[in-house]
Design a protein around this ligand. Structure first.
Ligand code: NDP
Length: 327
C-alpha cells in the first residue's frame, strides 16, 4: 500500500482526499518509481480544488511534477536506484501524478535528474521554474539583449514570475516586476527586480498602443494584463504568454503586431519535446543559485497538500511549494 492524494467525482463536482492505494491499482508503465519529491503548482491547486477542469479522468492522483527513484524498470536506459524527473506530459491530468508515494511512468516522459540538483531543488524549480526558463529562452532566441531595455514580468510573486525575475536578473537584464502584493517588494528586489509596478496599472482595459516601455515581457497572467503588456512593448520586442492568472481572454488589438512588429510567443511546458526540456534544465543548472532557490521555496508533506492548494489559489502563497514524499 502507499499514500496518495486522490481526486474523485462527487455528487457535485469533485473531492480530493488523502488515501491509501494498492500498488496493483497503478497503470502499467515501463518504470515504477518511489516518489522522492513533488510540488504544488497552480494547475495542481486547480485540480485538487476542482476549480477548473484540469483532470481528464477519475479517480486521479494530481501532481504534474515529480522526482522519483526507480524501483522497477523494463527500459535498459534506466536502472533501479536512478533518480528521474518528470514535468508534465499529462501526469496529474490524464495519468496518475506525483502527489503519491509511488508512480508508474512511461520512460518517454522522463529525463535523468539533472546535475547539480537534489530532488528537493528540482522540485523547488518544478514546472514553474522550467516554464520561466522556456519563456526566458524565447526572449533570448528572439535576440533581446540586456541593453535593449527593461523586461516586464507579470504575476511576479508566483512560481513562474519569481523564477523569471531571478533568471533574467542573473542574465543581466533589468527587470520590472508587476505585482498585486507590493508588501512583497523586498522579496522581489532580492530576486533581482529593479522596479516594482502595481498590477492595477496593467489590469484594466488596454489602449491599443501605449508609450513604448518594454524590450520584452514574461506574462503569467493573460487577459487585460497581457493586452497592456503588448501595447507597451517596444518596436521589434517580444512577449511570452504562459499563464491565465487574471483570465483566459486576450482583449487586445493587432496594433502592436502590425505597427511595431511585436512578436507574441506561446509557452507550453507540458508537451515540450525532451531535447528542449534538457536544454532548459541545462541552462537552469548553469544559472542555479542554491541560496535564492531556498528563499523561493518551502516544504510541506502530502497531508498538507489539500489545505495548501486552497491558499495557493487565494494568492496567499509566495514562491514555490515542495512536497516531501519521504517525510
Ligand atoms: P502562482 O499561483 O504561483 O502565481 C500566479 C501569480 O499571478 C500570483 O502570485 C499573482 O502574483 C498573480 N495573480 C493572481 N491572480 C491575479 C489576477 N487576478 N490578476 C493579475 N495577477 C494575478 O502560479 P504559477 O506562477 O505557477 O503560474 C502562473 C500561471 O502560469 C498560471 O496561470 C499557470 O496555470 C500558468 N502556467 C502555465 C504553464 C504552461 O506550460 N503554459 C506552466 C506553468 C504555469 P502577484 O501576487 O505578484 O500579483
Amino acid at each position: 500500500m502507499f499514500n496518495a492524494i486522490v481526486i474523485e467525482k462527487a455528487v457535485s463536482g469533485t473531492q480530493a482526499k488523502l488515501k491509501a492505494l494498492n500498488e496493483s491499482e497503478l497503470a502499467q508503465g515501463d518504470l515504477l518509481v518511489d516518489v522522492v519529491a513533488s510540488t504544488l503548482n497552480y494547475k495542481d491547486a486547480l485540480a485538487i480544488t476542482g476549480k477548473a477542469p484540469v483532470v481528464k479522468s477519475f479517480p486521479m492522483v494530481p501532481g504534474i511534477d515529480l522526482v522519483g527513484r526507480v524501483s522497477k524498470s523494463s527500459d535498459a536506459n534506466y536502472q533501479v536506484g536512478d533518480l528521474v524527473l518528470v514535468n508534465g506530459f499529462g501526469i496529474g491530468e490524464k495519468y496518475w501524478g506525483g502527489l503519491a508515494e509511488k508512480a508508474s511512468l512511461s520512460s518517454a516522459w522522463v529525463i535523468p535528474l539533472p546535475k547539480p540538483f537534489s530532488a528537493h531543488q528540482a522540485m523547488a524549480i518544478g514546472t514553474a521554474g522550467y516554464t520561466a526558463m522556456l519563456s526566458v529562452m524565447a526572449l533570448q532566441q528572439h535576440g533581446i539583449q540586456k541593453q535593449d531595455g527593461e523586461i516586464l514580468v507579470t504575476g511576479a510573486n508566483g512560481g513562474v514570475g519569481s523564477f523569471a525575475i531571478s533568471l533574467l536578473s542573473q542574465l543581466g537584464y533589468s527587470v520590472a516586476a508587476s505585482t498585486g502584493r507590493p508588501e512583497e517588494s523586498d522579496y522581489l528586489q532580492s530576486l533581482g527586480a529593479c522596479r516594482i509596478i502595481d498590477r492595477c496599472e496593467l489590469s484594466q482595459a488596454a489602449k491599443p498602443l501605449q508609450k513604448e516601455q518594454w524590450a520584452g515581457v514574461v506574462d503569467c497572467v493573460g487577459s487585460h494584463t497581457l493586452a497592456n503588456a503588448l501595447a507597451a512593448t517596444r518596436y521589434g520586442g517580444a512577449v511570452t504568454a504562459c499563464g491565465l492568472a487574471q483570465g483566459m481572454d486576450l482583449p487586445a488589438s493587432v496594433a502592436p503586431f502590425i505597427l511595431r512588429g511585436v512578436t507574441l510567443y506561446g509557452i507550453d511546458s507540458v508537451m515540450q519535446p525532451l531535447a528542449k526540456r534538457k536544454q532548459a534544465w541545462q541552462q537552469l543548472a548553469e544559472l542555479f543559485d542554491a541560496a535564492k532557490l531556498t528563499s523561493i521555496s518551502r516544504e510541506i508533506s502530502l497531508s498538507d497538500c489539500i489545505a495548501t492548494a486552497e491558499s495557493l489559489l487565494k494568492g496567499h502563497i509566495r514562491g514555490r511549494v515542495v512536497v516531501n514524499l519521504e517525510k
